[in-house]
Design a protein around this ligand. Sequence first.
Ligand SMILES: Nc1ncnc2c1ncn2[C@@H]1O[C@H](COP(=O)(O)OP(=O)(O)OP(=O)(O)O)[C@@H](O)[C@H]1O
Length: 782
Amino acid sequence: MAAQEAVDTVRDREIGVEQEHLDQVYRRLEEKIHEAEFLMNDAAQRGQVGTPGALAERDAQVFRAGIHLNRLNNEFEDFLFGRIDLLYGKDGKKGPDGAYTSVEPAEDAVRPDNTADIGETLHIGRIGVLDSDYSPLVIDWRAPAAAPFYRSTPVDPGRVVRRRVIRSKGRRVLGVEDDLMRPELRATLDGRELPVIGDGALMAALGQARSHTMRDIVSSIQAEQDLVIRAPAASVTYVEGGPGTGKTAVALHRAAYLLYQDRRRYAGGILIVSPTPLLVSYTEGVLPSLGEEGQVAIRAVGSLVDGCEATAYDEPAVARVKGSSRMVHVLRKAARGALETPAPRQPAGDQLEFGEEAPAPTGTPTRLRVVAFGRRIELEADDLRRIRHNVLGGTAPVNLLRPRARRLLLDALYAKSGSAGRHSDPELAAELRSSFDEDVSTEDSFLGFLDAWWPELTPRQVLDAMADERRLGRWARRILNPGEVRRLARSLRRRELSVHDVALLDELHTLLGAPARPRKKREYDPLDQLSGLEELMPVREETQRERAERLAAERTEYAHVIVDEAQDLTPMQWRMVGRRGRHATWTVVGDPAQSSWSDPDEAAEARDEALGSRPRRRFELTVNYRNPAEIAELAAKVLALAMPGKESPRAVRSTGVEPRFVPVPEKSGQAALAETVRSEAALLLERVEGTVGVVVAMNRRAEAARWLAELGDRVVALGSLEAKGLEYDATVVVSPAEIADESPAGLRVLYVALTRATQQLTVVAGPGDMPDEAGVPDLLRD
Ligand SMILES: Nc1ncnc2c1ncn2[C@@H]1O[C@H](COP(=O)(O)OP(=O)(O)OP(=O)(O)O)[C@@H](O)[C@H]1O
């Protein structure tokens, strides 16, 4: 009892020490706010005092100080979260953050009798704060001086003697947890021995209930993760790690780190590509909590093209075709072929012509008739075919070839006009030609013809054209088999875009060339045709702000691209993502064992193409922070089937709660399955504090949502592919066999489903499963 009281007293005293420090930090911040406010009032009173530049600087200062205090008061519950006590360093140099830079201890820092004095104490927080004498009150977690907080281990302690995690809420310090990095030392701070309080700051973090949004991990980043977060931004940082090893967390913290390192280069220029909108909304709050609001674009792969927010999934056989790099060849043909619209079958009649009083045609015209120099001149179907063939010979984007098509049409018309040899004098000949061109190209019949014969195509129009099975069959000849053509065409007839369609649209965008932005209607000016000026003459000047917004929205290239769940990108998606980072540095995180793409080798090839020859630094994350050992062990059985020989990450904690198995005999029907899933989810809701995820095969998504409708918003129904990257306190995995049989990648998708829970897992064996007497489905047995 007495011993416990003594521990409590030491703990309380240490909490008091940290409280004092936190109070000092807030005092300092308030001081800065007052200074800033004073400056602002002063500036306002004196009106014109100082140059406009100086006033702007003051305003900026006030603004920055305001942001600081606002964050402190509102956002950062644990603004200050760490502390390291360090030995004296090798040299006495200080860095810009006011801390000593030396990583290694001075030679005489430890005395022969294993005693030492603490030479420096640093507090680590979400942002840096300097005292009025420029000594560091708080070091930004991303600053070099903070690295030992994450990196130091008992094996390689550097200067760190004690590492402390501080838990606080608002302005109150609630607790401290220490790790000793040099347990053999008797170190003193200001003449008193260093106390050590508790253990398991990481474990405390991992045991917390999960909500619908991800939390940052700044206070407990582990050494192997820190190496990735702080890796230099050169070329490609490539990270592999199993489920729950912190890949997503690391990717987000890395974005914050890069911004801190080189804001000028990265502000607004980092793209994070995420597999699903669900994962985007799950992770969206992390960067603001690290103080980086609005600096990073986090986009789902189905929303990478502006204006698209695709969430629909294709059935696996269709997804396989749409994602395959064979589509590049099909799309190339389609982009060119779609220039020709088939003539309508009804009403049957003469060939369609322009320049005649005929009902508006809907097919591609097969004859051009103009009047120039008082004569009727015609190009026949063969002439037109030849010209089209000639223009399409190269690889240039189709929309950009229109001026060339126009030129060749004029050449051909001129040749037929009989005017070509009329003048031997080159100057007169050129003059004649240019007046011919002017005559013809302003003629309505010519302009109308050009619009119909070489229309400016949008990616969507071409994709729609591919929905016609006959035409698609032509474009895909010797590339796709008839079954693939049929399925692809059928899926494109649905109006709703699928996630995979977006990569096709992006590819088409490249093949077609940028379509002109929607134009405001105005008087037609033939000069536009000559010079393509229409894009340069907006009806009204944009304001600065509109321009900034437009450029941000149109941004298609980034300085750094982070790909999360990289194993899932199809070859076509890699091409799309690659185009956004042609000059970028990259961070690519993924786990091949979780790939939902049927042919990982093909995807790896496309990835290598997107990343080019940039050198890669490879990292591996080996510790599973999400799943308790009991769940990880079960998942490992599926991993052994999905990817024999692949090692599971090591789970760091155990809950003592084994996964639960509940079979629903096949003959008992859908209602029994629904009832079982509902009651199992309800049971888990009672057992855990946070969220429950129910993972079902993709085609059961809608019904599963209905099954759970009454259970409130702590429970979510998810299709197997949507579970990617997410986590819940508890999960119900429904019908493992159904999930595994959904696609060629089914076992890997099942592995994903089984690794989502932080505490409890229930497996409901349904149709197709063969449970043993304990209810364990065949796929989950040894
Ligand atoms: N150092 C850490 N301290 C505290 N929590 C951590 C740490 N590292 C990871 N976690 C937690 O572990 C969980 C898994 O992390 P994350 O989702 O980033 O893993 P992942 O590797 O992306 O997983 P998956 O491949 O399954 O999507 C998250 O709740 C994360 O906050």
